[in-house]
Design a protein around this ligand. Structure first.
Ligand code: NAP
Length: 494
């Protein structure tokens, strides 16, 4: 029930992944009227879609939970994708979110009615409904990017993107090709190298690797965590995690400062001391600065890539042929299975849904140059439309759950203006957003992400699409919206 004098709002949440589930829990706690639209038949977002061997989260397991829902059951310091999916399924059950989720229901259209201050939502299965508020929690990396390599479709064996894992594809005892050496490709090397007859890892760019400790939790440990969740908090808020997050964001924003130098030195020493074969060493030596691409956090990559079954191919691919991959120098790698770890189209967000805001402005038009959002959450021309893990939010190796929770605190305060009846539409002023974006771009260019490498962090113009300030600055910005930057429109007369 809402308080007397407050407006009862209707909310649409787009996506039943980590962020959508968070929004649902928060709204349910307030007794609000909401529906979660999920295009798939199951919850879980990225953890539902990615099932490749070796999938783990590179955030320490106890730090990768909702702050209000610690989890005693993790089996190791880093959790597998399957464990994380189970965590989210349990959370959905515990908080009774399931009945509010409309599965197999892809949102294809959202249209803002300027006269009535309502969104009309349309789904692929023909539903049309009106909502006061839209929470876009549709994730970032969910549209696979297939490589444009000649002949890809001619390959006779299974060839598939990592987010579309083919369980029937030969891996055990097979000759496997793996294209791509981002976080995904690296994890796959460490997981299948001992199963295959031969793994050819096609590496266009090598990676810097930050060594991290991996250890398992015993049944006694888990029992202790169940009895005393304070033990979990002690890990979650320990300097090893939260201190690292602060040091990392300080480093990436002060790229010649001592914290960045320390990260570079740790990676360099790890590299120099780990790779034994000089030829392989030269193949794996990056020619850009550590953390420019998303830094790989791994306890085993350098060891596993040195397994005799693995061949790191650094030549250029000429084309794919029915039986394998032909390099430009004529070398041919005959393969049974081809895995495409080639990443995602990181600029899509809620698209391809067609979103039209005030003055007929479409999201495609507003984002023609680059996807942006005010403090990564709201958009001018799109009132009552709030993004969780939207464009230019923090990237880097820390928990997106923490980020989404902080963004929710920001969103919730803006929604309060609607709940109180003070406003029926709230969106950032275009000029306030333009000034913010100018500051953000100037700062983003100076971060380590803009220091001279390719990565999915960069937008079409090569500007890092990220939060360019410190973690503490992000926490502070999310703690309280600057209302003077918002156009708050009074309710339309009934
Ligand atoms: P990615 O980082 O975008 O890496 C794509 C890889 O494919 C790169 O090595 C790229 O080479 C290569 N590539 C793309 N097109 C190619 C082509 N035509 N020929 C040859 N190589 C090609 O994608 P990802 O590895 O899937 O990771 C994406 C993000 O997902 C990560 O950065 C991370 O945020 C998230 N992720 C997180 C975890 C985790 O542990 N938490 C695990 C997996 C993924 P270039 O580098 O030369 O472009």
């Amino acid at each position: 029930m809402t308080m007397q004098g407050q407006r009862k709002l209707k909310y649409a949440i787009v996506g039943a992944g980590m962020a959508g589930i968070l929004a649902a829990i928060k709204l349910k706690e307030r007794g609000e009227d909401f529906t979660v639209f999920e295009k798939a038949a199951k919850i879980g977002g990225t953890w539902r879609e990615n099932r490749y061997p070796g999938l783990t989260c590179d955030v320490p397991s106890h730090a990768y939970t909702y702050s209000f829902e610690p989890y005693a059951e993790w089996r190791a310091s880093y959790a597998t994708g399957g464990e994380i999916q189970t965590y989210f399924e349990k959370v959905v059950d515990k908080y009774g979110i399931g009945p509010s989720i409309r599965f197999n229901s892809e949102v294809v259209g959202l249209d803002w009615d300027e006269a009535r201050h309502l969104w009309t939502l349309a789904t692929a299965d023909g539903l049309r409904e009106e909502y006061d508020v839209v929470i876009a929690a549709s994730g970032v990396l969910h549209h696979p990017r297939l490589p444009e390599i000649e002949g890809l479709e001619t390959f006779e064996g299974p060839a598939f993107h990592t987010a579309r894992w083919d369980d029937t594809a030969p891996i055990e005892g097979a000759r496997v090709g793996l294209i791509g050496s981002g976080s995904t490709g690296i994890q796959i090397v460490t997981a299948i190298n001992k199963q295959v007859e031969r793994l050819v890892h096609f590496q266009r760019s090598p990676q810097w690797v930050m060594p991290v400790p991996y250890f398992t939790y015993s049944e006694e440990d888990r029992e202790a965590f169940r009895r005393d969740p304070a033990l979990i908090d002690a890990i979650r808020f320990a300097d090893e995690y939260i201190g690292n997050v602060r040091r990392f964001t300080d480093a990436i924003t002060d790229i010649d400062g001592p914290k960045m130098r320390e990260i570079e030195e740790v990676c360099r020493v790890h590299f120099e001391q780990s790779i034994r074969d000089p030829e392989l060493k030269e193949k794996l030596r990056p020619n850009y600065r550590a953390a420019c691409k998303r830094l790989i956090y791994s306890w085993c990559y350098y060891e596993e890539v040195q397994h005799p079954s693995v061949f790191v191919e650094t030549g250029r691919i000429a084309r794919i042929e029915p039986k394998g991959v032909r390099m430009t120098d004529g070398t041919f790698h005959e393969l049974d299975t081809l895995i495409l770890a080639t990443g995602f189209q990181a600029d899509r967000f809620i698209r391809p849904a067609g979103v039209t805001g005030g003055d007929g402005v479409t999201l495609d038009a507003f984002w023609e140059r680059r996807p942006t959002a005010h403090y990564a959450v709201t958009l001018p021309h799109f009132p009552n439309f709030f993004m969780l893990n939207g464009p230019t939010g923090p990237v880097g190796n820390f928990s997106l759950i923490d980020i989404a929770e902080r963004q929710w605190d920001y969103v919730d305060q803006l929604i309060d203006l609607l709940r109180s009846g003070e406003a029926s539409a709230v969106a950032p002023k275009p000029e306030a957003h333009a000034a913010y974006e100018e500051r953000r771009i100037a700062a983003a260019k100076k971060t380590i992400f803009g220091s001279g490498c390719t990565s999915w962090y960069l937008d079409a113009e090569g500007v890092p699409a990220s939060w360019p300030w410190s973690y503490d600055a992000f926490a502070e910005a999310m703690a309280k919206p600057r209302l003077e930057e918002y156009a708050v429109i009074a309710p339309v007369a009934a």
